[in-house]
Design a protein around this ligand. Structure first.
Ligand SMILES: *Cc1c(COP(=O)(O)O)cnc(C)c1O
Length: 453
């Protein structure tokens, strides 16, 4: 056990159910509201966009939801994923901390995203959907959904944020290999896209705008539905396979974490890792500190306001209560494209309000410094998003060194950075800058969020 580098589970140990945290919450999360009436929405309001199975999961009070056999069959292509002990990083840091990372980069597209893309495509195919639309930032979600649609013979149409469309051409190629059609957003294909382009023909786009476009395209065609890669309750639930496997893996080596760290864009890899551990914590079986890490350039949890806001930029989605920077947030061009979103998963926001988790913001320069240190030690190049979790992990490991404490840290390495060499190039050339999102911008944006009484 002392020499251990990775913990591998047998295929038969893939979880057979997802964990739904909703019935275990000390208080229920605030309801989702209709954008026009501000009344709680019902299933019929969501039916044009999502299949009934997913609408049911969104509000389910069942603690466990069985994973369909056809979904497990696809999961088996890469699950269970390995849990590594970062021994060489520990040595490089000269820390008494034991650092573990759950590696989701072994999936077909190199991130955790297929954990939810596959069931979403499956339930849509079951209910007769022909095509799925979605948005993508860095291209990770788009490629995951394109892969999942290919498994269940669905068409897939993706709006990719313009700046990533230009900066990350290989992700677009990957989406097209899996059979998807890809547009740069804002596009001329939707009213939402045309409206934004009329205001700013050079708009770099944002996830909020791309969501508006994908939602509009789905809402206007009965055989097409929309798919979201983060934020929603059912998405976080699908990702709990990460935490469930990690619990088994740590139990096999008789470890209990003192600290869990995950990066948060919309909150899905973080929720997937942490929710099963929060269940254990609420049951009194362990007591880890649970920490979200976000970019200083897109600090929804650390600087945003907990309020009802739209999920998109144009204001077409229902209103959800979350930590938000305002729905017209246009992020600085940091490299962690997957973390440049104005809001946060309502469940993660709610847990933060309840004091069950904490948040920290870190600038991208420190993140890339730590990512390169990690890559040299562990041989894996992290995606720009989890570099935030790595930087926070290293901070904690160095604190452990200062205090001499034997802390056990678990983090999610939710994707590899093989498509992100442009970002690493910029870092190695000394061309990366930090952006501190100003409080003043948050204050101004709050004047434009809907007044919900
Ligand atoms: C999409 C993505 C993220 C951000 O989304 P979450 O829902 O917060 O997980 C983070 N890391 C990677 C590798 C991603 O692909």
């Amino acid at each position: 056990m002392n020499e251990l580098t990775k913990v591998i589970l047998d295929e038969s140990e893939i979880p057979e159910a997802w964990y739904n945290i909703q019935p275990d919450l000390p208080e229920p999360a605030p309801p989702v509201l209709h954008p026009g009436t501000h009344q709680p929405i019902g299933p019929d309001d969501l039916a044009p966009l999502f299949p009934m199975a997913l609408i049911g999961q969104e509000v389910s009070q069942d603690r466990y939801v069985d994973i369909p056999g056809a979904v497990l069959d696809v999961y088996r292509m890469w699950r269970p994923t390995p849990l590594y002990r970062a021994r060489r990083l520990e040595k490089a840091l000269d820390t008494p901390a034991r650092i573990y990372f759950k590696y989701e980069g072994v999936s077909p597209v190199g991130s955790h995203k297929p954990n939810t893309a596959v069931p979403q495509a499956y339930y849509n195919a079951q209910e007769g959907t022909k095509k799925l639309t979605t948005e993508t930032g860095a291209g990770q979600w788009g490629s995951a959904l394109a892969f999942a649609c290919a498994q269940f013979d669905l068409e897939c149409e993706v709006w990719q944020v313009a700046i990533s469309f230009q900066q990350k051409p290989y992700r677009r190629t990957l989406m097209e290999i899996f059979g998807a059609t890809v547009h740069s957003s804002p596009s001329d294909l939707t009213n939402a896209g045309r409206t934004i382009r009329a205001q700013d023909p050079e708009s770099p786009g944002s996830l909020g705008i791309a969501i508006s476009e994908a939602v509009e395209a789905a809402a206007s065609d009965p055989s097409t539905k929309y798919s979201l890669g983060s934020v929603l309750n059912h998405v976080l639930m699908h990702q709990t396979v990460i935490g469930e496997e990690s619990l088994k893996q740590l139990a096999m080596i008789e470890e209990k974490p003192d600290l869990l760290v995950g990066c948060t864009g919309g909150g899905s890899n973080f929720g997937g890792l942490s929710f099963p551990f929060i269940r254990e914590k609420l049951a009194g079986k362990m007591s880890p500190t649970i920490r979200c890490v976000e970019p200083t350039a897109s600090p929804s949890l650390t600087k945003g306001v907990y309020a009802y806001d739209f999920g998109d930029t144009i204001g077409m989605t229902p209103l959800v209560k979350m930590h938000t920077l305002g729905h017209d947030f246009v992020p600085s061009p940091i490299h962690a494209g997957g973390l440049r979103y104005h809001g946060m998963a309502p469940l993660v926001s709610h847990l933060k309000e309840l004091g069950l988790l904490e948040a920290e913001a870190i600038g991208q320069v420190e993140c890339f410094e730590r990512a390169v240190q990690f890559a040299r030690a562990e041989g894996i190049v992290p995606a720009p998003e989890p570099t935030h979790a790595i930087a926070s992990t290293v901070r904690a490991a160095l604190q452990a060194k200062a205090s001499g404490e034997e802390t056990v840290i678990l983090t999610a390495l939710c994707g590899h950075g093989h498509f992100d060499m442009g970002a690493y190039r910029a870092f190695l050339d000394g061309g990366l800058e930090d952006f501190d999102y100003p409080e003043e911008a948050v204050r101004q944006a709050m004047e434009k969020i809907p007044a919900v009484t």
